[in-house]
Ligand binder design. Structure first.
Ligand SMILES: Cc1cc2nc3c(=O)[nH]c(=O)nc-3n(C[C@H](O)[C@H](O)[C@H](O)COP(=O)(O)OP(=O)(O)OC[C@H]3O[C@@H](n4cnc5c(N)ncnc54)[C@H](O)[C@@H]3O)c2cc1C
Length: 321
């Protein structure tokens, strides 16, 4: 029989698989993408890595995830980026706001998931089509199955009644990440990033050169859900309006030299659940639709807690297999 199977190698699926493996449960991870990471996505554009999904991550003091992040920082994979961002309206920056330390990754956020997946039995470019009671994954019986996916993607794999029991009905909203490159930096050196309110097009702008630490003249703007929804069929067509909005908000006089658009059809749940995961008859679901608010830290925690609970259910002990 194939091993306990985790579908999805985003941070939730990898955290779940690590918890299972640490408890001695043989586990495999299947992901349809070319590389692990999911929405912690980094892509080489114009000769350098750019974060095109999550912008940064947070870690609550004293939490188990804080230990994971501290280890990444100690090994130079992650670094504290900033605790202060600008707050802007459609016509310009108004003030700054401070919050928790945000961490970034010099090699791009995807590199952190790749690191976490080291040593796991992980198959990429393996799209799963069906998870059924048994549990069965694409017709094969497994000891247990985990879907570490956005709800709409998990729902497609499950029979309707089981999808209803595990997931209910929750809406997810899209976003476009628009990367904008200039010949030189043309915005304040201490910008870091900007939350944009009341703008119909853009809701967040990150200084990618600042967060990645190489000072490259590259910004990444995330659109509002409405703008993304209007451009799902032709995301590239949104680039001019996003560039215009970013230039207006930051007062940049010159158009970007190049742009790149990434579509996130399921960027985030409209309303994530408070519960950490669901587990019914050996089939579990986890990810950032759980353990609100929806973010990297929650996705890791959701996957870790599901993996720990599943290992206990399967009767595993560290080193027992
Ligand atoms: C634009 C954007 C900005 C964000 N900004 C932030 C931020 O600044 N800070 C923060 O903390 N969080 C942010 N987030 C949220 C953060 O990215 C997510 O919370 C987190 O990455 C979710 O991880 P996950 O493992 O739950 O899901 P995902 O990362 O979506 O992983 C799911 C995986 O499942 C795979 N998959 C899907 N279907 C199948 C299938 N049928 N078979 C096999 N594999 C499949 C996918 O390839 C993917 O690798 C942002 C998200 C987006 C989209």
């Amino acid at each position: 029989m194939p091993n306990t199977t985790v579908v999805g190698a985003g941070i939730a699926g990898v955290a779940c698989a690590r918890a299972l493996a640490a408890a001695g449960v043989p586990v495999r991870v299947l992901d349809r993408g070319r590389r692990p990471g999911g929405r912690m996505a980094s892509r080489t554009l114009s000769g350098r890595v750019t974060d095109t999904g999550a912008s940064y991550l947070t870690a609550a003091d004293g939490s188990p995830f804080a230990d994971v992040v501290a280890d990444w920082v100690a090994r130079g994979l992650a670094r504290p980026w900033t605790d202060t961002f600008a707050v802007a309206g459609p016509d310009g920056v108004e003030r700054t706001t401070s919050g928790p330390v945000r961490y970034a990754a010099p090699g791009g956020l995807r590199s952190l998931v790749v690191d976490l997946a080291t040593g796991l039995d992980l198959a990429q470019e393996h799209a799963v089509e069906r998870v059924e009671p048994g549990p069965r994954v694409d017709g094969e019986e497994v000891p247990a199955a985990v879907l570490a996916l956005p709800d709409p993607q998990a729902r497609r794999l499950l029979p309707g009644d089981l999808a209803g029991r595990l997931l209910g009905e929750r809406e997810w909203q899209p976003s476009l990440a628009v990367v904008l490159g200039w010949d030189e930096r043309r915005w304040p050196a201490d910008l870091h990033g900007a939350f944009v309110h009341d703008d119909p097009v853009v809701e967040w702008i990150a200084d990618d050169g600042d967060r990645r630490g190489d000072g490259a003249p590259v910004l990444v703007a995330h659109t509002t859900g409405a703008t993304a929804a209007a451009h799902l069929q032709d995301p590239d067509a949104a680039a001019p309006a996003v560039a215009a909005a970013v230039r207006r908000v930051l007062g940049v006089g010159v158009p970007p030299a190049w742009t790149h658009v990434h579509r996130w059809t399921y960027a985030r749940p409209v309303e994530p659940r408070e519960e950490p995961f669901a587990l019914v008859e050996g089939i579990g679901v986890c990810g950032d639709g759980w353990r609100a608010p929806s973010k990297v830290e929650s996705a890791w925690t959701s996957g870790h807690l599901l993996g720990t609970a599943l290992a206990a259910q399967l009767g595993a002990r560290p080193g027992s297999r």
